[in-house]
Design a protein around this ligand. Structure first.
Ligand code: UD1
Length: 371
């Protein structure tokens, strides 16, 4: 049996790492493809090192571009690899452009596809990730889900129940495996922070950062929370960095210099996995538009305000610490200050987020395709 897996962008790496581990443990013949959608040292290489992901067997090196350019390049460059390697099954994870482009390529070559983190829906087709999720799930053969709502979405879309497996969350497998190591991170000391004495911000969605009006309003709300007494640490995604420079929005924030105590909103470069885990775990509040961070804060029990109108991960609200606040400045500030007074809402770790999702997935794949 030969399994080929695809990764491309930062949030894929923590989802694939435990699957690589588990396949190695069980002696599965595994071939890893990096599409090169993310290529910066801090967006890619650092994660491979810290998560001990094996070096990819091939890097397609597609790099940046429009969604269509990236999709086309991935398909063009992946097709000969699939024809040569002839895998029995291809694994894709998450919802990035690489996930969707690789799935279309494999489906046309009649290679069975397993989608890990299948079935999540924001019901918002202005998000590129929603299109990627819908297309991938329409052609995947096996669907591994992280929460019950995802399995229900797939059933509603006509996927046969025997192709859907509720297994838990491989991103949380990675978190639980690395949380102890993350304790050794010196990030708090480096930034002059003490536990519970700061908040964390991440923003990179086109709808939030590509429009100067929206981005300005969000930064103004963040500045108000920071001035209200909670320094905010903001590791900046490359897209967001570009927009900050272009729109001249730097007046709200200041650059970080190592060893200096935090005040106001402090920008840093994108952080590695272990530093970011430590920073999040010890924070008083997280404000984000990321998907994965809503799940990580739920497990850490840290209050999370999601700066979006919807979430494809409803269990982080019903069970976890997440709350949707959209882009309304007043609501962001109001809820931010409320979190500071009241702390996290009552919460529980969602079902099967127990560190063993990869074990269940690889076990099932061997049963379906193997030995
Ligand atoms: C992608 C995913 C998103 C995920 C995010 C995490 C899609 C549609 N979106 O968005 O779901 O939450 O990754 O980061 O796949 N850039 C660099 N260096 C890099 C990578 C990107 O400078 O290593 C810059 C480039 O200018 C690029 C821009 O960031 O144009 C956006 O990168 P892209 O891969 O298109 O999407 P993300 O916004 O990162």
């Amino acid at each position: 049996m030969k399994i080929l897996s695809i990764v491309g962008a930062r949030p894929n790496f923590m989802k694939i790492a435990p699957l690589c581990d588990e396949m190695a443990k069980r002696g599965v013949n595994h071939y890893l493809v990096h599409t090169g959608q993310h290529y910066d040292e801090k967006m890619s290489k650092l994660f491979f090192e810290q998560l001990a992901i094996p070096k990819p067997d091939i890097d397609l090196g597609v790099g940046s571009g429009t969604q269509a350019e990236q999709t086309a390049e991935i398909m063009k460059r992946l097709e000969p690899v699939l024809l040569r390697e002839k895998p029995d099954l291809m694994i894709v994870v998450g919802d990035v452009t690489s996930t969707m482009a690789a799935s279309i390529t494999a489906a046309k070559l009649l290679i069975p596809i397993a989608h890990v983190e299948s079935g999540l829906r924001s019901f918002d087709r202005t998000m590129p990730e929603e299109i990627n999720r819908l297309l991938t799930d329409a052609i995947a053969d096996y669907h591994f889900t992280t929460e019950e709502s995802a399995s229900q979405n797939l059933i509603r879309e006509g996927v046969a129940p025997e192709k859907i497996f509720f297994v838990g969350n491989t991103m949380i497998d990675s978190l639980l495996k690395h949380v102890e190591k993350a304790e050794q991170s010196t990030i708090l000391k480096d930034l002059g922070l003490s536990p519970q004495g700061y908040g964390v911000v991440t923003l990179h969605r086109p709808s939030n950062v590509d429009d100067p009006g929206n981005f300005g309003k969000i930064l103004k709300a963040l500045a108000e929370i920071a001035n209200g007494g909670l320094p905010l640490i903001f590791p900046v995604h490359p897209r967001t960095r570009k927009r900050l420079d272009e729109y001249g929005l730097k007046s709200f924030v200041r650059e970080h210099r190592v060893g200096e105590a935090a005040v106001g909103i402090m920008l840093t470069d994108p952080l590695g996995y272990l530093d970011f885990l430590k920073l999040t775990k010890e924070s008083r509040l997280v404000l984000t538009d990321s998907g994965g961070i809503q799940e990580e804060t739920t497990v850490f029990g840290v209050p999370c305000l999601t700066l979006r109108e919807n979430t494809e991960r409803p269990v982080t609200i019903t069970s976890g610490t997440n709350m949707l606040v959209g882009m309304d400045s007043q609501k962001i500030v109001f809820e931010g200050m409320r979190c500071l007074r009241e702390g996290a809402p009552h919460h529980a770790v969602p079902q099967l987020w127990d560190g063993r999702a990869a074990e269940r997935i690889v076990g099932k794949i061997i049963e379906l395709v193997g030995p």
